[in-house]
Design a protein around this ligand. Structure first.
Ligand code: SAM
Length: 217
């Protein structure tokens, strides 16, 4: 069985009893970054062996993991934060497992965009999760224009390096539409700013943006 195990997005306490049980009982834990996951495993006294599974070894390591699964081993897949498969290499092994007829299940837990969507106060019954927007300004603006045509709440991830440029684009494309910009969810400095992109930009220009962001429009 391949267990897709959600892990905390910032607060080590955000893990389920079932996730701990599964991480203790499997034969191997495939991690995006073994050193990062080791902090969590040590915190809960989990001694299971780990192996790395990340963007650049996903093909060879993916085949290796599938071989082990076919031999009858149980493997847990975790990512650096949140639910594997949501914008991390997890997607590749999940797909490979499905094609190889391997049984899979998800041990549910945190996902950053769900917290942000709920905290934003925007309608959550119809929303689009847009992942990361493109890096290049023209492509990012085009993606935002595409999203602006849809009558849904829009949620996407953003880094502290690009948040100011993205907010400027949102201001140009969405005008006064209310947005929420959420930072450092579940961590000590969790912060949520609600208002227009212009208003949020004002505040951010006074203090260098740090941490991980989710934007809700
Ligand atoms: N698998 C993860 C999930 O379930 O949410 C997402 C992984 S994606 C590579 C990483 C992005 O998620 C970050 O750049 C950030 O935008 C968002 N993110 C993850 N943890 C976060 C947190 N604690 N606060 C705000 N955003 C977070």
């Amino acid at each position: 069985m391949l267990y897709i195990v959600a892990t905390p997005i910032g607060n080590l306490k955000d893990i389920t009893l079932r996730a701990i049980e599964v991480l203790k009982s499997v034969d191997l834990i495939a991690c995006e970054d073994t050193r990062h996951t080791r902090i969590l495993l040590d915190h809960y006294g989990i001694k299971t062996s780990t192996t790395s599974f990340f963007q650049h070894n996903r093909v060879t390591k993916g085949q290796y993991l599938i071989r082990l699964l076919k031999e009858g081993r149980d493997i847990a897949l975790v990512s650096d934060a949140g639910t594997p498969g949501i914008l991390d290499p997890g997607y590749n092994i999940i797909n490979l497992a499905i094609k190889s007829n391997i049984e899979i299940t998800v041990i549910p837990g945190p996902t950053a965009f769900i917290n942000a969507l709920v905290l934003s106060g925007k309608p959550a019954h119809k929303f689009i999760f847009a992942g990361f927007l493109p890096n290049k300004p023209r492509a990012r603006q085009n993606r935002l224009k595409e999203l602006a045509r849809m009558k849904y709440t829009i949620v996407f991830y953003e880094s502290c390096h690009r948040i100011l440029a993205t907010l400027e684009d949102i201001e140009a494309i969405f005008g006064n539409r209310g947005i929420a910009c959420v930072r450092e969810l579940t961590k000590k400095f969790e912060e949520i700013c609600r208002g227009t992109a212009g208003e949020i930009l004002e505040g951010m220009k006074r203090k260098k943006p740090l941490g991980e962001f989710v934007v809700v429009i």
